[in-house]
Design a protein around this ligand. Structure first.
Ligand code: OAD
Length: 231
């Protein structure tokens, strides 16, 4: 049986693909107010602004390519039973070849009905306009999780974290709960690594691998695939 690995990613894993993070210098939340563009209240007040914000994000995702970190994570599947739990709404893990990707904050390339959240559509054009309707006639919105809304698949994710013998966390400030709290479900005897360029408080038991994801993750994956545990 293959050893189980959870790879837990945030915006930092896609930074070197050209997608902006949220809280770093130049991050999205320095330019936009969360309550304006990523909350149900913002949507009620200014739906056109919210749609425009996510249209820009979607365009950036469509132009981006997976980087060496995404590719290395996908390559781990040759030897490990890998689940990728991502806070990211982009599809770069899938395009790199990862086959089990859980998007706890939703997916930018999908739209959903504002009437029935189970009606989800893959977008076949880059934007959602006011007046784009679901099959029951209600406005479509991005299929992403806004602040105050339920985060997806948390029960499954807790189980994956609790079962994994290795946990590789990459490029997240661990500030947004409940997703950030998943690291606490890691087994005490699992091997836990945290990739980030800047020092930040690490969750208990994690070893810091300092550096950018596209540099560090391929080296770690190569070590793991050749039977070494460390870089
Ligand atoms: P943040 O912007 O909060 O954090 C990004 C992290 O990535 C920081 O710790 C950076 O140091 C690190 N980083 C930057 N460049 C990196 C690189 N090249 N390689 C590795 N690490 C790098 O992003 P998230 O933690 O993903 O949610 O944010 C969590 C959630 O907040 C998002 O999913 C989004 C946002 O609001 C919603 O919108 C619901």
């Amino acid at each position: 049986m293959k050893e189980s690995v959870v790879v837990f990613t945030g915006a930092g894993v896609s930074a070197e693909s050209g997608l902006r993070t949220f809280r770093d210098m130049g991050g999205l939340w320095h330019e936009y107010a969360i309550e304006d563009v990523a909350s149900p209240q913002g949507w009620r007040k200014h739906p056109a602004t919210v749609l425009r914000f996510y249209d820009e994000r979607r365009r950036a995702v469509l132009e981006a390519q997976p980087n060496a970190a995404h590719l290395a994570i996908a390559a781990l599947e040759a030897k490990f039973d890998v689940v990728v739990v991502t806070q990211n709404i982009d599809d770069l893990h899938e395009r790199a070849g990862s086959t089990r990707v859980i998007h706890v904050h939703g997916e930018i390339l999908k739209a959903r009905s504002t009437l029935d959240p189970s009606l989800v559509y893959r977008l076949d054009k880059p934007g959602i306009a006011l007046g784009d309707l679901c099959e029951h006639g209600s406005q479509l919105r991005p299929d992403v999780v806004w602040f105050g809304e339920d985060v997806r698949h948390m029960d499954d994710c807790r189980e994956y974290f609790a079962a994994a013998s290795r946990i590789l966390t990459i490029g997240t400030s661990l500030t947004v709960y409940p997703a950030a709290g998943l690291v606490r479900f890691a087994r005490h005897d699992s091997k836990k690594y945290f990739v980030s360029p800047e020092g930040q408080p690490l969750p208990r038991g994690f070893t810091w691998l300092k550096g950018h994801a596209a540099k560090v993750v391929p080296r770690l994956a190569e070590a793991w695939l050749s039977g070494r545990e460390q870089l």
